[in-house]
Design a protein around this ligand. Structure first.
Ligand code: 6XA
Ligand code: ZN
Length: 343
């Protein structure tokens, strides 16, 4: 399996987030990548490659042009205001406020293009974001070119990013960009299986009215957990997309036995859909010691997750999402990939 990675993710460092009412160092920290690379390096299956550049066109197939323009120049707007510290939004709209107008000033733009204060930007953020999207797209090149699988070691993650909105540490939706690229390269039906602890609200929203991309999410119940306002079981898609979105919300404290029942149900949906290719949004924040999550999966369980995904017997692109237990993230990612490859 080829592992696509870039050191450009390091530009997204020194950022913060608003958590429990306090500005704290971001849990989505650069060390996560090193731990994953170390763990994979100890296994007999990974060949490391750097991404090829794909430009903005594939991003603009999924994201709004005004949003991408904002991402490319937000930092210069922020610093032009004399601010030399990480950029965070402070103001958001309430229902009933205007959504059709992009404010002129950076504070207004940050609120217009975000849904939380988990999307902090620093000088190197945009370069890291673009590299992450190139990593996912290089994974598409490999799998669409005939490789059975690949692992896009993306950082920052992407599954919370909507077409025109960032949040939850996510700026460009790497998995959605990859899914669209598979479609553009001839895959008629693409399934996205999001196994991250948090609901991939952005991915769901991007494909919600489309029957060509099935989105399955297994995640913490939004009644209890971020992103709170999307990810309920009754969200099944709209219009032509009705029946092509499936949410499997699970209560805090869920262990592998409960979690794997949802995985089997999601895999059954993917089989019935007849996916030509599967994009896995691989978050390992389902781990029992994850600092911001409340599931009870343990490291050996990720071997079983990988094997279950392999049983779909479809070309598969793994795209890295969340996971913040830095001491265990490497083992849990490597176990997922090993379980997949060993089947
Ligand atoms: N700051 C609120 C929690 C952000 C969750 C990020 C994540 O892991 N998403 O999958
Ligand atoms: Zn997550």
């Amino acid at each position: 399996m080829k592992i696509i990675h870039s050191p450009r993710h390091l530009g997204h460092s020194g950022h913060v987030e608003l958590m429990n009412g306090q500005v704290v160092p971001a849990f989505e920290k650069p060390e996560r990548v090193a731990m994953i690379l170390n763990a994979i390096g100890e296994r007999p299956f990974g060949t490391l490659i750097e991404p090829a550049a794909h430009g903005l066109e594939p991003l603009l197939k999924v994201h709004d042009a005004a949003y991408v323009r904002f991402l490319t120049n937000a930092w210069s707007l922020w610093t032009a205001d004399g601010r030399d510290f990480p950029a965070l939004p402070s103001f958001w709209r309430a229902p009933g406020m205007r959504t059709d107008i992009e404010p002129e000033t950076i504070d207004g733009k940050l609120g217009h293009f975000s849904f939380d204060a988990g999307c902090c930007m620093v000088a190197g953020t945009w370069d890291a974001v673009q590299a992450a999207a190139d990593i996912a797209l290089t994974g598409v090149d490999l799998v669409a070119g005939g490789e059975k699988s690949a692992f896009a070691l993306c950082r920052p993650p992407g599954h919370h990013a909507h077409a025109g909105t960032m949040g939850g540490y996510c700026f460009i939706n790497n998995a959605a960009v990859a899914a669209q690229s598979f479609r553009d390269r001839g895959a008629a039906r693409v399934a996205i299986l999001d196994v991250d602890y948090h609901h991939g609200n952005g991915t769901q929203a991007i494909f919600y009215d489309r029957p060509d991309v099935l989105v399955c999410n297994i995640h913490a119940d939004p009644l209890q957990e971020f992103p709170y306002f999307l990810g309920y079981a009754d969200e099944i898609g709209s219009g032509a997309g009705e029946g092509f979105n499936a949410n499997f919300p699970l209560r805090w404290g869920t262990d592998y036995s409960g979690w794997s029942t949802a995985l089997d149900a999601a895999c059954a949906r993917i089989d019935a859909f007849g996916a030509d290719v599967v994009v896995v949004s691989l978050g390992v924040d389902t781990y029992k010691d994850d600092p911001i999550s409340q599931f009870q999966l343990d490291s050996p369980d990720y071997l079983k997750i990988g094997a279950r995904i392999a049983a779909l017997s479809r070309p598969t692109l793994f795209v890295m999402e969340g996971g913040y237990a830095v001491e265990a993230i490497g083992v849990n990612v490597a176990n997922t990939l090993e379980g997949f490859l060993q089947r």
